[in-house]
Design a protein around this ligand. Structure first.
Ligand SMILES: Nc1ncnc2c1ncn2[C@@H]1O[C@H](COP(=O)(O)OP(=O)(O)O)[C@@H](O)[C@H]1O
Ligand SMILES: [Mg+2]
Length: 256
């Protein structure tokens, strides 16, 4: 059974067909890429799978369970972590608070525990703190754990967002343009971090990226989306040499 399976997913925004007959099957531990020009429907696909929008048609199975119609926080708790194309961080929270906060969707001590200081509650809090600190360490932001995120450089904020997505201990991590707005140095760091996270946690990754080189180096398999339709799917070399892909990217950043 695949970890994540999407079958014949179609989505309309009013009269606009943003995604048409999208199919996907991701295995445990795989790194999968989704590329395509601006407005192709990539972020919409993420939003459909993660429960932000409900697909007009189609099925989404996570670990064999149909997740269509479930709210995003439930889908996250079932094993799907994500980041957003534009950073969504809370101005007044520290780095550590961000990551611990995300962990609370997993906490199960319930309403009673939330009011009374039960032993189980203390155990779960301690565990949340430990997991959060380990993640900050892995992503190279441990030293700034008590800083407000808005005080950090952009590249670090991106890493905090990734730590937060990992706090629920997902089986699969969705990254929507993790290098958007980054300088070359931050970009190299981000590639190393994604590799390290993949190696150490062993989770699957589904990556949207418009920088070809980045996606080609990281992904085992890539889908190319144009106007909501997959026009090509395969290993990086096949995608790179596919005339339809080259045409779709003409004038865009083919070699960056
Ligand atoms: N919430 C929305 N309402 C209406 N149209 C939307 C919405 N979100 C995205 N779209 C449209 O859907 C298409 C795909 O957008 P998007 O998924 O953001 O593309 P990509 O991430 O590939 O750049 C675009 O034409 C965009 O304008
Ligand atoms: Mg997008």
């Amino acid at each position: 059974m695949p970890l994540l399976e999407v079958k014949q997913m179609t989505h309309y925004f009013g009269g606009l067909r943003a995604v048409h007959d999208f199919n996907l099957s991701i295995e445990k531990g795989e790194i999968r890429g989704l590329i395509g020009p601006n407005g192709a429907g990539k972020s919409t696909i993420f939003n459909l799978i993660t429960g932000i929008y409900r697909p007009t048609e189609g099925e989404v199975l996570l670990n064999g369970r149909n997740i269509v119609g479930l709210p995003p926080y439930k889908i996250a708790a079932m094993g799907l972590g994500r980041t957003f194309q534009n950073l969504r961080l809370w101005r007044h929270m520290t780095v550590l608070e961000h990551v611990k906060m995300a962990r609370y969707s997993k906490l199960t001590y319930g309403l009673i525990g939330a009011f009374f200081d039960t032993r189980e509650r203390r155990r779960q809090e301690a565990e949340a703190e430990e997991i959060a600190r380990n993640l900050l360490d892995m992503l190279g932001v441990y030293d700034v754990a008590d800083e407000k995120v808005t005080n950090l450089p952009y590249g670090m904020q991106r890493r905090v967002e990734m730590a937060r997505a990992l706090a629920v201990e997902p089986d699969i991590l969705f990254l929507d343009e993790p290098t958007a707005g980054m300088n070359p140095e931050e970009l190299t760091e981000m590639m190393a971090i994604i590799r390290q996270v993949h190696q150490e946690i062993g989770l699957a990754i589904f990556l949207i990226e418009h920088r070809m080189k980045f996606v080609m180096e990281l992904c085992e398999r890539i889908q190319t989306l144009v106007f909501g339709e997959v026009i090509a799917e395969g290993a990086p070399e096949e995608i790179q040499n596919n005339p339809k892909v080259i045409e779709a990217y003409l004038g865009a950043e083919v070699d960056t």
